[in-house]
Design a protein around this ligand. Structure first.
Ligand SMILES: Nc1ncnc2c1ncn2[C@@H]1O[C@H](COP(=O)(O)OP(=O)(O)OP(=O)(O)O)[C@@H](O)[C@H]1O
Ligand SMILES: [Mg+2]
Ligand SMILES: [Zn+2]
Length: 546
C-alpha cells in the first residue's frame, strides 16, 4: 500500500509548518539562543502539528549543522535518522497504549543512560492525558529532576486532563486550528506536486470540512484522489458532503428509534465507504449540535439548506431534551477518542450503544433483530397474515442493501420484505428476486465503481433499493441526488452492472423518497410516522381500538 499522503507530507523543516508561527518562532529562538528547556507541553486540536513540531525539536537539538540557526538542517546523519525513524535517542511513547505506572518506571530507569547517538535523549509522550494517575506521579518525579541530557515533549489534545503539578513543570505551547485559507493553499501546493486534478472550490470544501486540522484536510483529499478522476466541487460534495451527511441523518434516526442494529449498519457503511471514524464522529456531533440549536430556538445559526432545515426541525422535535444532550455528549466523546488503533470504529459503536440505552439486541446479529414495527405492541395490534403467507413471512427478511437494512424498521423498505415474504407470487428460479439483489448488491456496486466511481458514490446515498414488479427502484432522500442519478446514462450503467453480476436485464428507476409518491401510503386516521402505521404497512390490521 502506498504511504498515506499526510505522512508523506510531514514537514521536515520549521519553514514548512503551516499556521503555528507563534510556536515555531519561540522554539526557533530557543534553539538559536541555546536555551532549550527540559520539559515541553504541546497542546491543541488534533492534526495541527504537535507531533510534527516535537520531532522537529528533537531533530534540531541533535542536528549536526554548524550554525544554530540552521537546525534542523534535514541533511545531516542525525536529521536523516530521525526522518527514517531510526534515531536511537528519540523515543516516542504513545501514552494511549502505555498508560501504566510500570511503563513510566521503565522509562525512568532508562533515562539515566546517556544518549547513544546525539546530544540529547528526547522523549515524546503522545496523548499524555491518557496516563493513569500513578503514572503521572511517576512521571512528575522525572520532570522534577530531569538529567541534563533529557528533553521531554508531552503532547495532548486534552490539556484539561493534565494534572496541574505536571503543567507547572512544562513550558506550554498552544497549537491552534489552522485557518481555512492556509489549509487551501497548502492543499493546492500538495495537489500540484502530487499531480492530483482538483478544482479550487473543491479544495475549499475539503478545508472547511477539516475544521482546522491539516491532517484531516490531507486525508480527505487523499480519499477523493483515490478514484483518480478530476475532483470537482460536485464530486467533493457528493463524496464528502451529501453522502456522509445522509448517513449522519440516518444514524441519528436510528438513535431516535432506539434501533441498534440499523445504527451499527449505518456506522459500518460510513466507515466502509472510506469515512475516517473521527471525521464521521465529528459530523455526527456537528449535526446533533445543529439539532440542539434548532431545539433551543436558534435555527438561524444553523448553516443548512431549506430542505435540511425541515428534516432537522423534525428530528429535533422528536428528541427528548435529555436524550439529545446525552447523545451529543456521547458522540462528542467518541469524536475525541477515536484513534487509528486496531478497532477504529469502536468508540462510535460504544457511543451508539449508550445513546440507544444499551439493549440486549446489540449482542445479536443485525439480521436476527426484529424490526421495531413487527414487535408485539401490547395487544392493540395483532398481525393477521395473508392466507398465502409462507413461513418466511414470520421471519423478518433483511432488505436488499445494507442501506435498506438500516431502513428496515421503516415503511419505505417494506416492499422488499413484503415481496420476499410472499405477499407477491414467488419469483421463478433465474428470475429477478429481492434476495438476489440483496446478496449481490456489494458486487453490483463494485462493478459500477469500476466503470464510474461517481455513480457508485451516488448509490452510497441511496436510502433503499427495492425490486418492484421487475423494476429496480432506487430511492433517494433528496430531489437533487435523484436528478443526478438520472442524468446521462447513469441508470444504464447500473442496469448493465446488474446484468453482469446476475445476468438479469432489468430496468432501473429512481424515486425521491421525500415526495408523496415516494412514500408509503398511510392510513388516514393514524399517525403517518408512528409505529401503528408502520405495522399496518407490514401487513398488520387494527383489531380493536381503545
Ligand atoms: N501545521 C501544519 N503544517 C503542515 N502540515 C501539518 C500541520 N499540522 C499537521 N500537518 C499534517 O498532518 C500530519 C499530522 O500532523 P501531526 O501528527 O503533527 O498532528 P498532531 O497535532 O500531532 O495530531 P494528533 O493530536 O492527532 O496526534 C502531518 O504529517 C502533516 O502532514
Ligand atoms: Mg500527534
Ligand atoms: Zn541536521
Amino acid at each position: 500500500m502506498s504511504q498515506a499522503l499526510y505522512r508523506k507530507w510531514r514537514p521536515h523543516l520549521w519553514g514548512q509548518v503551516v499556521g503555528q508561527e507563534h510556536v515555531v518562532q519561540t522554539l526557533q529562538n530557543a534553539i538559536r539562543g541555546g536555551r532549550v528547556g527540559h520539559a515541553y507541553l504541546f497542546a491543541g486540536p488534533r492534526g495541527t502539528g504537535k507531533t510534527t513540531s516535537a520531532r522537529l525539536l528533537a531533530k534540531a537539538v541533535n542536528c549536526l549543522a554548524k550554525e544554530l540557526k540552521d537546525r534542523p538542517c534535514d541533511h545531516c546523519d542525525h536529521c536523516q535518522a530521525v526522518n527514517d525513524g531510526r534515531f536511537l535517542d528519540l523515543i516516542e511513547i504513545d501514552a494511549a497504549s502505555n498508560t501504566s505506572v510500570d511503563d513510566v518506571r521503565d522509562l525512568r530507569e532508562k533515562i539515566n543512560f546517556s544518549p547513544s547517538q546525539g546530544r540529547f535523549k528526547v522523549y515524546i509522550i503522545d496523548e499524555v492525558h491518557m496516563l493513569s494517575t500513578a503514572a503521572f506521579n511517576a512521571l512528575l518525579k522525572t520532570l522534577e529532576e530531569p538529567p541534563p541530557h533529557a528533553i521531554f515533549i508531552l503532547a495532548t489534545t486534552e490539556v484539561h486532563k493534565i494534572p496541574a503539578t505536571v503543567l507547572s513543570r512544562c513550558q506550554r505551547h498552544e497549537f491552534r486550528r489552522i485557518p481555512l485559507h492556509l489549509i487551501v493553499s497548502h492543499l493546492k501546493e500538495l495537489a500540484e506536486q502530487e499531480k492530483i486534478n482538483v478544482d479550487e472550490e473543491a479544495l475549499t470544501l475539503i478545508a472547511r470540512q477539516a475544521t482546522g486540522s491539516m491532517r484531516d484536510a490531507i486525508s480527505l483529499l487523499d480519499q477523493l484522489a483515490s478514484s483518480g478522476i478530476q475532483i470537482t466541487l460536485e464530486t467533493a460534495q457528493t463524496v464528502l458532503g451529501t453522502a456522509t451527511s445522509q448517513m449522519v441523518v440516518e444514524l441519528v434516526d436510528t438513535v431516535l428509534q432506539r434501533d441498534p442494529a440499523s445504527g451499527l449498519v449505518c456506522i459500518h457503511r460510513a466507515l466502509d465507504s472510506g469515512s475516517d471514524p473521527r471525521q464521521f464522529a465529528r459530523q455526527v456531533v456537528d449535526y446533533l449540535r445543529n439539532l440542539l440549536l434548532v431545539r433551543l430556538g436558534n435555527a438561524d445559526q444553523v448553516d443548512a439548506t431549506a430542505e435540511q432545515r425541515t428534516s432537522m426541525a423534525k428530528q429535533a422535535q422528536s428528541f427528548e431534551k435529555e436524550h439529545l444532550l446525552e447523545t451529543l455528549k456521547l458522540f462528542n466523546g467518541a469524536a475525541s477518542e477515536v484513534r487509528s488503533g486496531w478497532q477504529p470504529g469502536l468508540p462510535l459503536e460504544l457511543a451508539l450503544a449508550h445513546a440507544i440505552g444499551w439493549r440486549e439486541e446489540l449482542t445479536a446479529a443485525p439480521e436476527k433483530i426484529q424490526p421495531a414495527a413487527t414487535q408485539p405492541t401490547g395487544g392493540i395490534l395483532k398481525r393477521t397474515p395473508p392466507a398465502s403467507e409462507s413461513s418466511a413471512a414470520q421471519t423478518p427478511v433483511p432488505a436488499a442493501t445494507p442501506q435498506a437494512d438500516a431502513e428496515e424498521a421503516r415503511p419505505a423498505a417494506r416492499s422488499v420484505a413484503a415481496e420476499a415474504a410472499g405477499d407477491d407470487p414467488p419469483a421463478a428460479e433465474g428470475h429477478p428476486t429481492p434476495a438476489g439483489i440483496r446478496d449481490n448488491w456489494a458486487k453490483i456496486r463494485a462493478v459500477v465503481k469500476r466503470k464510474q466511481p461517481m455513480i457508485e458514490a451516488l448509490l452510497n446515498s441511496c436510502k433503499s433499493v427495492e425490486l418492484r414488479e421487475g423494476v429496480l427502484q432506487l430511492s433517494f432522500g433528496s430531489p437533487v441526488l435523484k436528478a443526478k442519478m438520472e442524468k446521462d446514462d447513469n441508470l444504464q450503467i447500473v442496469t448493465s452492472a446488474v446484468k453482469q453480476v446476475l445476468g438479469w436485464d432489468i430496468p432501473v428507476t429512481c424515486i425521491d423518497a421525500t415526495t408523496k409518491g415516494g412514500q408509503m401510503q398511510s392510513n388516514s386516521d393514524v399517525d403517518a410516522d408512528g409505529m401503528v402505521n408502520a405495522a399496518l404497512n407490514l401487513g398488520g390490521k387494527i383489531v380493536q381500538k381503545e
